[in-house]
Write a protein that binds this ligand. Sequence first.
Ligand code: GDP
Ligand code: ZN
Length: 310
Amino acid sequence: MADQFEAEVIAAFGRHLCVRAGDEELRARPSGRRLSIVCGDRVRCEVDRKHNDVLIVEVLPRRTLLARANTRGDSEPVVANITQLVVVVPPLPRPDLFVVDRYLCAATAAGIRGTLAINKSDLEVDPELDREFSALNSAGYARASCSARQGHGLDALRGLLGGAVSVLVGQSGVGKSSLVRALLPGAEVITGELMRDDEGRHTTTASRAYQVEPLAGSAGGTLIDSPGVRDFAPAIDHLDAQTLGFPEIDARSPGCRFQDCKHLQEPGCAVIAAVATREMSARRYESYRRLRRLYTDLVEARGPGQRKRR
Ligand code: GDP
Ligand code: ZN
């Protein structure tokens, strides 16, 4: 193998990394403290012959980056170069749709497609909740209904994963691990083997990219799974200041009287008008207002130039 080569990070556990170059999978580590590397990164590596080691010397520009808010409210990179964020929601336990909206907005802000996996389709969906799922669907998010437990709808979900690099997210208990097990038999075993810490213990905080079996006649997909990011809180400061990532607001804001309309109480607001005529979901609009308040408190309160580094 050449002394320098490009590779893709397919597993990460802190500074323990695994890269793929061609057909080869190698353990690697960052060459310096300052390099922040996440699963999905494209990197330049160097072979350290003396220590029989692979060093990552550079992270290539990321096409997308998903960030989470850590406990101090700073944003931290979670996963790079994904093209799709699959938000898993079940009918029960009753989902917090504001959390669902936040994930979808985070996806939009990062230039990533947001998609819904409505899991536990073996349970009855309350009609009001079903209307909210439909509202999300008409706002522009594709959806698939599935049941990890019964194995229903998994092909529809595979269809949505085809040709994309995806991450499954959602609140605890929605069935993410069950879906990963259903989609990727043996996945947890592989992660365990690759990602042991220095004492040889298995770790549960590793992220790992898996190939999802293609459906007949279509492309397979990549699914990056990480128990640690499955229910992360998306970073708010990456949101688009104007629309916060609501596609149905984005579509209507050109009709607002004021170009910088925040759609709160401005006269001539096309968004408020659409809520009044029920063309836009009142719940989604309420979610927008709530996220707007969070955004104002977090981002605008810092003032110009105070915006935290990404
Ligand atoms: P996670 O916290 O999102 O990873 O959720 P888990 O995969 O651990 O699942 C949480 C609970 O939901 C478990 O008791 C699962 O057995 C159950 N569950 C997962 N998928 C389904 C499903 O399709 N139908 C039903 N009824 N239960 C499910
Ligand atoms: Zn407006």
